[in-house]
Design a binder for this molecule. Sequence first.
Ligand code: GLN
Length: 495
Amino acid sequence: MRHEIQAPEGATVGDMRQLLDARELSSVELTEAYLERITALDERVRSFVTVTRDIALEHAADADRRMASGETGPLLGVPMALKDLLSTAGIATTCGSRILQGYHPPYDATVYARLRDAGAVLLGKLNMDEFAMGSSTENSALAITANPWDLATVPGGSSGGSAAAVAAGEAAFTLGSDTGGSVRQPASLCGVVGLKPTYGRVSRFGLIAFASSLDQIGPLTRTVEDSALVLSVIAGQDPLDSTSATVEVPDYHALLGEDLRGLRVGVPAEYFVEGTEPGVEAAVREGIAQLERLGAELVDVSLPSTGYALSTYYIIAPAEVSSNLSRYDGVKYGYRSADGADLIETYLSTRDQGFGAEVKRRIMVGTYALSSGYYDAYYLKAQKVRTLIKAEFDAAFERCDVIASPTSPSVAFKIGSRTADPLAMYLSDVFTIPASMAGIPAISVPCGFSDGLPVGMQLIGRAFDEATILRAAHAYERSTEWHMRRPELVWSAGG
Ligand code: GLN
């Protein structure tokens, strides 16, 4: 492993643990290497909106002291970064929006507090679509992040900064959030591993809300093993989030294995339809064939309401947006317009100037769907379809243990190519939204390339059974080389 030290930022969390525990490298040295790499690369990748250099070095020195006194743990001294909607006390948290300009949260998100207890080092905060609404990170009010595999293409979204940072080796791992696909789709487009846990598995305390019945925080990592390590640290009940579940958290890492005999993998016809790029479909089909070679049994399953998931999501999520985003009025924190002559005008011009076009579109759609006379026709009906989607997954999981599909119908697309067409953008999440609606866990794992760009395979699991999708994804990853590829463009240039 010694040769890996030349580029520690390319190593996995597991490898870093070995280097740190063997005292071949201190956390301060590792952190400095990452900070240097961020300086060298991020002008082009633009995944960071804030680099917390001094805080990172403090955290690292603290981790070195903890290690010197004999402590160890999977994430102790390991440098990471967070999507900029996770609250970090005293550190700017923008949510990719102008309206949170100047906002410094007074408290930490539970996931950040848990990572800090585990000794992880905060390198900074990562770019995202404004309020996590989008699939390309182009809706950020702050910057446009580039995909490290081709800087002219998008990294996906809304956790585009989180995915690009891992792909570019700018952080050992990152956290993102997934409401309808925002961890899995950018992971797929950037060739990294992205996990959306079961709704309730990870505390949402301190996560700036988009759609509260769907939002869930998840890790973006180089490998499935790293995903298991990070999930074990951030998962579990939290008295500060009443929707966090009391279900016991297993040691995900200990449950990984390489043999898939006895595992039943469901292949849903509804996820292999026209509209998916042929190169994506071919890579995913080959990925599924590989699962079979590893001992899994393939079964055909049907999820007939899949085609309604996207339109239902675009009622329910905006409805929750119209409520969640009413708190941004320029009074207590964030941006305040100076143009208002009175209170009402101040509210209006603050929201007009503070929110971007996509956020406004969702607030309007959501307010409409909830308004009297339309509530039954849209919101209530959408909730019924949501129940149906969940019931169909339950039925499918009587016949299989894991469901395999493409994560996204396309590889990374050109910056600017979908911004004028919201519906084309929304379709990026057609395969990730159903699992979000059902609240069940799903992971995206690299499964090949098409036109030189990464493709992800999605594995969906039963509620609270992250262990099984991690095990399947790990066995798959061990038997392939996709996760070892590096984007040459930034890999040869930086650090
Ligand atoms: N792209 C989807 C949307 O715009 C999902 C976003 C997300 O998961 N945060 O709503």
